[in-house]
Write a protein that binds this ligand. Structure first.
Ligand SMILES: NC(=O)c1ccc[n+]([C@@H]2O[C@H](COP(=O)([O-])OP(=O)(O)OC[C@H]3O[C@@H](n4cnc5c(N)ncnc54)[C@H](O)[C@@H]3O)[C@@H](O)[C@H]2O)c1
Length: 428
């Protein structure tokens, strides 16, 4: 097997699964990766990485010997006791989490008292208990179950995996919980060992809290715009209070991505399904939706009607350093702008391929400067460093208009103004 560490299986090789597999390979485990996506598995076998994540390609290639990719579960079951589940749990139309991929995995499990499901996917509270009931109902009650939610962030996923703020393990004090503790031991992270339901709730509550912080500072930013305060100064002054902290106090054009929107909505629905109306989260979601659209108001303030105007979006994924387009603010923006009669040109250093699948009517360019050619206004949607380093006098020569809307407050406003532009940030 080539290592003394426990070999493991990872089911689902997306952002979380592949990073988890590479991370454990880095720690010395043999990892048996399984995915239903044949093409993805073939690419991984050829050494291609289907997603963009800094350091991942190098890590996977460093540990080629330890990483095994297959569409067959049986080989994984032969080699590993712990089956880490990292399949997607996207939102349904009702806002609840879609657990069909999780159930598909559970249904494939054989009767065994040697294996354990270790749930890395984000699932509603009660899912672990329901899975245990399902397995028991089929005479498979020897199968152990552990909740081990994942907290990594896209864009720094591997780094986060290797240096987590904490590891949360929920189980009923079975052998598998102990084995997962041992698996994570080399990371030397604070450990929260608890019951399954509490572990499930930690993940949902943590994401809901972070989303609340974002919507809160976005509302403060909006009030700053009305009152003449600068939200960056306000956030700095607030954040130095240890009870508040500086993280996630950056106003912008709303949160997106594959986690916050769906997890906030899933927690709200979970509460509602249990008879509790989670008012705060209802507001967090509404504030976020309005925030994505406020940028259009900033354009109208300076340009009047948007009919026939050319607007350039720089950055398309839900944030910089990822190609993940799920729930990206750019999707709402491009649709709103086109509905108002504008032409949309766009550029993203790595997300164009994914963006093309989801955006209609958008003209894609090969560089930021090319996208800005003839533009009446530019919206900086994500904070790629290359946008902060743009030569604004060169941009001024390319653009027809002179409006720059900085959706992330990250470029040098004075440099932009000095080049003859009108600069609009968020909350300043
Ligand atoms: N992406 C993140 O930043 C992040 C962070 C923390 C937690 N999570 C959670 O982790 C889970 C996975 O998220 P992701 O972003 O990695 O999803 P993803 O869509 O990138 O990957 C999911 C993978 O699972 C595969 N799959 C689906 N059904 C399968 C099955 N029956 N058997 C084997 N493979 C199957 C898919 O083909 C896909 O490759 C979700 O629950 C998500 O909420 C995600």
């Amino acid at each position: 097997m080539g290592s003394e560490r426990e070999p493991i299986a990872v089911i689902g090789t997306g952002y979380v699964g592949l990073v988890t597999a590479a991370g454990f390979a880095e720690l010395g485990s043999d990892v048996w990766c399984v995915d239903v996506d044949r093409e993805k598995i073939e690419r991984l076998r050829r050494g291609e990485i289907p997603i963009y994540e800094p350091g991942l390609e190098e890590c996977v290639s460093r540990h080629r010997e330890r990483l095994h990719f297959s569409t067959e579960l049986s080989t994984a079951l032969d080699h590993a006791r712990l089956l880490l589940v990292a399949v997607g749990t996207p939102p349904t139309y009702s806002g609840d989490a879609d657990l069909s991929a999780v159930h598909a995995v559970v249904d494939e499990m054989p009767a065994s008292d040697r294996h354990a499901l270790v749930m890395k996917s984000t699932v509603p509270v009660g899912t672990g208990a329901a899975i245990k009931r399902t397995l028991a109902g089929k005479g498979k009650d020897g199968f152990a179950y552990v909740s081990c939610p994942e907290f990594l962030k896209e864009g720094s996923a591997l780094e986060d995996f290797l240096a987590p703020d904490r590891v949360v393990i929920g189980d009923d004090h079975n052998w598998a919980g102990d084995a997962v503790v041992e698996l994570y031991e080399p990371l030397d992270a604070p450990l929260v060992r608890t019951d399954v339901a509490s572990a499930e709730m930690v993940k949902l509550a943590a994401n809901a809290f972070l989303a609340t912080k974002i919507s809160f500072i976005n509302e403060i930013a909006n009030v700053c715009e009305e009152t003449g305060a600068d939200v960056l100064e306000v956030a700095r002054g607030m954040g130095l209070d240890h009870r508040i902290g500086t993280h996630f106090l950056r106003p912008g054009i709303g949160f997106g991505g594959s986690c916050f929107p769906k997890d906030v909505s899933a927690l709200k629905q979970l509460a509602g399904n249990s008879g509790y109306h989670f008012q705060l989260l209802t507001a967090v979601i509404e504030v976020n939706e309005l925030q994505k659209r406020r940028v259009v108001g900033k354009l109208q303030k300076h340009l009047g009607s948007l009919v026939g105007k050319q607007i350039t979006l720089l950055g398309l994924a839900f944030k910089a350093n990822t190609d993940d387009m799920r729930e990206a603010s750019s999707l709402v923006l491009s649709a709103r702008l086109q509905a108002d009669g504008a032409t949309v040109r766009a550029y993203d250093p790595i997300a164009e391929h994914e963006a093309r699948k989801l955006m209609t009517g958008v003209h894609f360019a090969g560089s930021a400067l090319e996208a800005l050619e003839g533009a009446d206004a530019c919206i900086l949607v994500t904070e790629w460093p290359e946008f902060a380093e743009l030569d604004w006098s060169q941009v001024r020569e390319r653009m027809a208009g002179r409006l720059i809307v900085d959706g992330r407050n990250f470029v040098d406003a004075d440099a932009v103004r000095a080049a003859g532009f009108i600069y609009e940030g968020i909350g300043r």
